[in-house]
Design a protein around this ligand. Structure first.
Ligand code: ADP
Length: 344
């Protein structure tokens, strides 16, 4: 029976290592007593995926042995790994990073990730060394937008035994996303401290190397996750993305107030107005202000903030995102012309 349980557990893969949990040595003290299966899942560090792995074990065993009760104890045992508890992660990996810039939005769906990805590509095309950490825990879209979906960043250990993650490299940018480690359904259940820890890991536990800019694509809104992240990571400033629509602009004010709150006090580089107007492909000179006009200027004036760029609503921007080849790769594209003027 014991062997059968091990066989079932061997079917549970740790997504970060692409290896089954038995091979990884995570299963200890396995016992089958009467109608009860019990064992310990031992992690060497506070693993953001521990909860989902535990659930995967439970489901697999319940399906294989429905008549058994399953008891799983989750443990974190410090081995030689150093500083891999997210709460203790240091800033070593950010030592050679020039500026850390968060890309924020008051509201979801305004194109924050589209702007983050295309800005990264624009900066890289202009010769800067760029990394992007996709911290949008509610809907990590960087893997899809960059055609790196389904790829798995490699884990490695540095000389001191600290676990590090290697970012993926494509289009001259180093990409890291919470989406590489969890399916979207899993990402949705990451809330509160668990989400914060996972986010810190995809920023602090990544071997970024030398970068001019590290962009961080924040989740939309102004919640605890934002405050923790912005406080715990040496962020230089923020770019706020919005559409000209009144509902989006109302949330922009919340975003500005969050960054200007004395407890956070981060510089705001400016606003990127996305979907500023609609231009149909067949009438490239026509501009239709379908979400209104002038709202972003009013906010920019009220708070003394610059408008960094205005990007029209163009079908190809959406299509290129879906194809995983950001439109800003083409220096002649509308989005490149808008973003190539941004300097930090
Ligand atoms: P957010 O990160 O704010 O939730 P996304 O970047 O995921 O928003 O964008 C939402 C959707 O809008 C995506 O399908 C994206 O391709 C599309 N989109 C964003 N900006 C533009 C634009 N300027 N023109 C056309 N489509 C856009």
């Amino acid at each position: 029976m014991q062997q059968k349980v091990i066989d079932v557990l061997s079917g549970v893969i740790h997504p970060a290592y692409q290896e089954n949990i038995v091979r990884l040595g995570l299963v200890e003290n396995l016992k089958v007593e009467g109608s009860r299966i019990s064992f310990q899942l031992v992690f060497t560090r506070k693993d953001p995926l521990a909860g989902s792995i535990k659930e995967a074990c439970r489901e697999a065993l319940k399906e294989a042995f429905p008549q058994y009760e399953v008891q799983i104890l989750e443990l974190v045992r410090e081995k030689k790994a150093k500083n891999t508890n997210p709460a203790e992660l240091g800033m070593e990996q950010l030592e050679h990073v020039g500026k850390i810039i968060v890309i924020a939005s008051g509201k979801g769906g305004v194109g924050k990730s589209t702007v983050a990805v295309n800005l990264a590509v624009s900066l890289a095309r202009r010769g800067y060394k760029v990394g992007l950490a996709d911290a949008d825990v509610y809907g990590p879209s960087v893997p899809k937008m960059t055609g790196t979906e389904g790829m798995m960043p490699q884990a490695l250990e540095d000389e001191e035994g600290q676990q590090l993650i290697l970012p993926l490299e494509k289009y001259g940018v180093k990409w890291m996303s919470i989406g590489y480690f969890a399916s979207p359904e899993q990402a949705l259940i990451w809330r509160g401290p668990m989400a914060c820890n996972a986010l810190k890991q995809i920023i602090l536990q990544v071997q970024w190397g030398e970068l001019d800019y590290l962009l961080i694509d924040l989740p939309p809104g102004t919640g605890d996750i934002h405050i923790t992240l912005v406080n715990d990571i040496p962020v230089d400033g923020a770019v706020i993305v919005t559409t000209p629509q009144a509902v989006a602009l109302a949330d922009v004010e919340k975003g500005i107030n969050m960054f200007r709150n004395p407890k956070i006090d981060k510089h705001i580089y400016g606003i990127v107005e996305n979907m500023a107007w609609f231009t149909p492909a067949e009438l490239p000179d026509n501009r239709y202000y379908i979400f209104g006009k002038g709202g972003s200027d009013a906010i920019a004036a009220k708070y003394g903030i610059e408008i960094l760029a205005r990007i029209p609503l163009v079908q190809s921007i959406c299509e290129k995102s879906d194809d995983g080849a950001p439109e800003a790769l083409d220096a002649n594209s509308v989005i490149a012309k808008a973003l190539d003027n941004i300097v930090f």
